[in-house]
Design a protein around this ligand. Sequence first.
Ligand SMILES: NC(=O)c1ccc[n+]([C@@H]2O[C@H](COP(=O)([O-])OP(=O)(O)OC[C@H]3O[C@@H](n4cnc5c(N)ncnc54)[C@H](OP(=O)(O)O)[C@@H]3O)[C@@H](O)[C@H]2O)c1
Length: 253
Amino acid sequence: MKIVIIGGSGRVGSNVVRRLEAKGHDAVAASPATGVDTITGEGLADVMAGADVVVDVSNAPVWDDDAVMEFFTTSTRNQLAAERDAGVKHHLAVSIVGTDRLPDSGYLRAKAALEAEIEAGSTPYTILRATQFFEFLPQIVEAGAEGDSVRLSTGLMQFVAADEVAATVAELAIAAPVGGRVELGGPEALAIDAWARRLFAATGDQRTVIGDPHARYYGTELHGGELTTGDDARIGTIDFDAWFATQSDGVVR
Ligand SMILES: NC(=O)c1ccc[n+]([C@@H]2O[C@H](COP(=O)([O-])OP(=O)(O)OC[C@H]3O[C@@H](n4cnc5c(N)ncnc54)[C@H](OP(=O)(O)O)[C@@H]3O)[C@@H](O)[C@H]2O)c1
């Protein structure tokens, strides 16, 4: 199958490309780095020609509320229009678990809008909602940095390894469209401040972690398990220790 991976140069995207190529598919990485821009439309019609499946694992370059909303809605509309012209039979996009439960977050609102565009479109689709990636944990922690401490939400997070997200994307891409959502989360849900303590213990970071129920996560307070998976979710097997062991040079990315 010809499978176009929008965002194919990214963390998840490049992993998906490798996995699909290993299964003998014609996996085409598409992003500005390869001359395909879903916002300007550059290269989009050409790369979609003859494609059976489009996988969207792109991310917005700027995360301000308006910019991220503009990115995900325009990008999705342009992809769907090009797919219609090319006769693409399956659109698979990666979204976020709980994206419609936290409307105070501009990023999560934009992901909910992306999902609505897909549902309103005519290409048969699958939406994979993933929880936060372990690879994103250091960035989440640094967002709470205050001198010698970090102040973080006590809301729950269920980190999953990006490698398991990529494996699930690659599996779903070659299956029939679900016509709905699939959820994927990591094996353990913990408060964000507890995750930070675990990360600091592993990296030797001496800063104090302050759990604050009112600390915001990307613009929103968390009151509990808004970002955790529901009953029918797929659950990954890579836990913190297994993930951390893969960070072989000691630099957490
Ligand atoms: N981080 C998390 O915890 C988390 C959790 C759940 C879901 N997700 C979702 O997972 C997806 C993948 O995340 P990631 O960390 O793998 O992303 P990433 O490494 O930041 O990669 C982003 C990709 O988007 C591409 N891109 C940017 N602008 C584009 C445009 N105008 N047209 C086409 N492609 C464009 C980039 O291409 P260039 O390299 O060419 O610029 C790059 O390939 C995202 O949609 C994200 O929302 C993330």
